[in-house]
Design a protein around this ligand. Structure first.
Ligand code: SAM
Length: 183
């Protein structure tokens, strides 16, 4: 194989490993939300036309693609900092064509993205980042923004709903104002 191609491949592998490492340390490694959890969430949510949903760390985009089918009139935004799953999500988005036309995938750090326009924020991240993310939510989220947290609840904050299914990870539901008031 010619040397420039080998060098190019090595750079890609390096960036994939580097971005996966950063993602794992800053919020969570890539572990997709399972089909049952995605279906439960899509069935339970009530979103209005034109509302905006953010998946903070959108992995391969599976959650957004499930929501796109159920809410074709909403804006669905995925933030992603790990290169490999981001590229997979882009390919899936292209393959889905018009079915996923309302899905926007951004290669962007979730901590550096303004969430003030969000009507719903979804996060499946590790509790180690909850302090930092709660602070961000308290500054940016609208009072009535719905916050859905998968797997581990936010310590010290009472969820207003909990979505549970058979052999599924729980989904904890909060309102944006709770991150300011603590109630
Ligand atoms: C547990 S996975 C959840 C994936 C997806 N939300 C789902 O539910 O299927 C966490 C994701 O967050 C991403 N992530 C971690 N830190 C991030 C950061 N600082 N900015 C953007 N994405 C990040 C990881 O790359 C990973 O894809």
């Amino acid at each position: 194989m010619p040397e420039p191609i080998i060098n190019g491949l090595l750079i890609v592998v390096f960036v994939v490993v580097l971005t996966a490492g950063y993602a794992g340390l800053s919020a969570a490694p890539w572990v997709p939300t399972r089909k049952g959890e995605r279906a439960s969430l899509a069935a339970k949510l009530k979103l209005k036309k034109g509302q905006t949903v953010y998946d903070l760390g959108s992995g391969d985009g599976s959650l957004l693609f499930t929501l796109a089918e159920r809410f074709p009139d909403c804006r669905l935004v995925g933030l992603k900092i790990s290169l490999l799953p981001f590229l997979i999500s882009l390919v899936r988005r292209l393959a889905g064509r018009s079915r996923y036309r309302n899905v926007r995938l951004l290669f962007r750090d979730l901590y550096r993205t303004d969430l003030s326009g969000a009507d719903l924020v979804f996060a499946y991240l590790t509790p180690g980042c909850y302090g930092r993310i709660s602070k961000k939510f308290s500054k940016e989220l609208k009072d009535d923004c719905i916050v859905v947290i998968e797997a581990w609840p936010i310590p010290g904050l009472e969820h207003r709903d909990k979505i549970v299914g058979d052999r599924q990870l729980p989904l904890y539901v909060y309102d944006g104002h709770q991150f300011r008031t603590g109630r």
